[in-house]
Write a protein that binds this ligand. Structure first.
Ligand SMILES: Nc1ncnc2c1ncn2[C@@H]1O[C@H](COP(=O)(O)OP(=O)(O)OP(=O)(O)O)[C@@H](O)[C@H]1O
Length: 261
C-alpha cells in the first residue's frame, strides 16, 4: 500500500529523518512510536504529502506520492490530527459533509448518489444522533474528536493517518476512539498509521509498531516484539516491566524507577 524508501528530511541544518525504509501492506494498523522530536510527525507529514523529502521516495498504491493531484490524493488518504477540529460554529452535519469534498464538483455538489445515506450511517456508527444540528463549539472534546473521525470516514479513504488522536481525551474516550477506528479498519480493510505516545494503547490496537529514534528506524515488528523493557529503555531511557494483558495477550508496560519501586 505504502512504500517508503531511503527518505531523508532536513529542516535548516537539522536532519530530522535519516534514510527511512518502510513497507505498509493494505489493511495493516501501524503505530509509530518514539521519543519527542524523533521525527514521527515529520514522517506522517511526508506520507500525507504536506511536506516533501529531500531524498528518497514515497509511493502509495504503486504511484509516487507527488504524482497525485489534491483531490485524487484525498480519495486515497485522510489525516486526523490531535485536536481534529477547532471549536468552530459549523453544525455537526455540515462538518461531516465537508468530508465529501473529494467527491464534489467545482460547485460543491456531490457527483454520485448515496452521500446522505453514508452520513446517516456514520452518525449512527459514531453515536452522533441528537448532535447533528449542534454547532461544534458546544460539544465536548471527546464528542468533537468523534465528529472529526466522522468527517474522515465520510471521505471514504483507503489510508488514514492519525497524529496522536487520543491526546486530549480521557481514558473512556481514548478507548472508545480506538475501538471505533479498529472496527472501521477491520470492516473496510482500511490501512491505518497512527503516531502513538501511549504505548499500552499502541500494544492493544496496532498490528505492528515502527520505533523511531533521532530520525532513524530502530525497531519494527509486532507489539509483542517491540513492547519490551530493553527496547523501551533504549527509546525513552525509562525502566519498565512488561506484563501480559490477560484478555488480549499483548504486553502492557508498568513503569518503575531504578530501585524497582
Ligand atoms: N517545520 C519545521 N521547521 C523546523 N524544524 C522542524 C519542523 N518540524 C519539525 N521540526 C523539528 O524536527 C524534529 C522532529 O520533529 P517531529 O515533530 O517530527 O517529532 P515528533 O517525534 O513528532 O515529536 P513529538 O513527539 O514531540 O510530537 C524536531 O527537532 C522539530 O523541532
Amino acid at each position: 500500500m505504502i512504500h517508503v524508501q531511503g527518505v531523508c528530511k532536513t529542516y535548516g541544518r537539522q536532519t530530522v529523518l535519516k534514510g527511512v525504509d518502510w513497507h505498509v501492506q493494505r489493511g495493516e494498523f501501524w503505530g509509530i512510536i518514539g521519543p519527542n522530536g524523533s521525527g514521527k510527525t515529520t514522517l506522517l507529514n511526508l506520507l500525507s504529502g504536506v511536506e516533501r523529502p529531500e531524498a528518497g521516495d514515497i509511493s502509495l498504491v504503486g504511484k509516487s506520492l507527488p504524482s497525485y493531484g489534491r483531490k485524487a490524493l484525498s480519495r486515497k488518504l485522510a489525516v486526523l490530527q490531535q485536536d481534529g477540529l477547532p471549536p468552530m460554529a459549523f453544525p455537526v452535519r455540515q462538518v461531516l459533509e465537508m468530508g465529501r469534498f473529494p467527491f464534489q464538483n467545482w460547485r460543491g455538489q456531490e457527483t454520485g448518489d448515496g452521500a446522505a445515506a453514508l452520513l446517516d450511517e456514520i452518525v449512527n456508527r459514531l453515536d452522533l444522533q441528537g448532535l447533528e444540528n449542534k454547532p461544534l463549539h458546544v460539544l465536548s472534546g471527546g464528542q468533537r474528536q468523534r465528529v472529526a473521525l466522522g468527517k474522515v470516514m465520510a471521505q471514504q479513504p483507503e489510508v488514514v493517518l492519525l497524529d496522536e488522536p487520543t491526546t486530549y481525551l480521557d481514558i473512556h474516550y481514548q478507548m472508545q476512539f480506538m475501538e471505533l477506528i479498529s472496527s472501521w479498519q477491520q470492516a473496510e480493510q482500511l490501512t491505518v498509521i497512527a503516531v502513538m505516545h501511549d504505548l499500552n494503547l499502541a500494544a492493544l490496537y496496532c498490528d505492528k509498531l515502527l520505533a523511531l529514534r533521532e530520525g532513524k528506524v530502530v525497531a519494527r515488528g509486532k507489539p509483542s516484539e517491540i513492547i519490551a523493557p530493553e527496547i523501551v529503555k533504549s527509546l525513552f531511557e525509562v525502566d519498565s516491566y512488561a506484563v501480559m494483558h490477560p484478555d488480549r495477550q499483548v504486553p502492557q508496560l508498568l513503569l518503575r524507577n531504578e530501585h524497582g519501586i
